[in-house]
Design a protein around this ligand. Structure first.
Ligand SMILES: CC(C)(COP(=O)(O)OP(=O)(O)OC[C@H]1O[C@@H](n2cnc3c(N)ncnc32)[C@H](O)[C@@H]1OP(=O)(O)O)[C@@H](O)C(=O)NCCC(=O)NCCS
Length: 171
């Protein structure tokens, strides 16, 4: 693989990004903290290989939204795990948060996603809340959410993680 770049998704990336979301979430809709998001309608960062001959490949995608409560990572998916794509995308989202002077970057993950919990905590995020039964509520809106998740863990709850961002010093 050549050098990895992160940039805002462009229309030609749509098919590859949609395919990642189909693989991971079964389509473009996700439910987090009782809100249904259409990932196609939110700003998206893509990690691509650095090919400059027009054949750049999408290696991963991070979908975000921002409001007064900070920048929320609504989805992060790497095409293949363990190659640094997730770290590179998360670093870019932190940079975006800082550029927007957001007070925090935050996200939710489900109680079974031990790999994601490891990934986020090793990158400085803290668990700040547990919403007991949030995934059970989401399942009523999206019945394809399984009752048993990764590693055979019963899937019930959402964990909220955040990275507090100190304001940049002003000169
Ligand atoms: C979570 C996710 C985005 C991380 O992306 P990634 O590209 O694998 O991340 P990185 O390669 O930068 O880092 C992964 C870490 O796991 C380790 N790892 C190694 N092999 C791995 C493997 N086969 N699977 C997962 N992680 C692996 C890496 O070494 C790294 O460890 P470190 O913390 O010691 O550096 C990715 O696993 C993914 O797409 N998961 C499915 C979707 C998902 O659960 N998203 C989060 C929902 S909230």
């Amino acid at each position: 693989m050549s050098e990895m770049l992160v940039r805002a998704a462009e229309p030609p990336d749509r098919i590859a990004v949609d395919a990642l979301h189909e693989r991971e979430w079964g389509g473009p809709y996700v439910i987090a903290h009782d809100v249904r998001y259409d990932l196609r309608e939110l700003p998206t960062l893509v990690a691509v290989d650095g090919a400059v001959d027009g054949t750049a490949t999408v290696l991963g995608a991070l979908v975000w939204r921002a409001d007064d409560d900070g920048l929320e990572v609504v989805s992060i998916v790497a095409d293949s795990s363990g190659g640094g794509v997730g770290s590179t995308l998360l670093a870019a989202a932190i940079e975006e948060s800082r550029a927007r002077r957001a007070g925090r970057l935050w996200l939710i993950t489900s109680n079974d996603n031990l790999r994601a919990l490891r990934f986020y905590q090793r990158r400085g995020l803290r668990i700040v809340a547990v919403d007991r039964g949030a995934v059970d509520r989401a399942r009523r809106l999206k019945p394809t959410i399984p009752t048993v998740g990764e590693d055979g863990i019963p899937l019930h709850d959402e964990l909220v993680l955040e990275l507090r961002l100190a304001p940049e010093p002003t000169d």
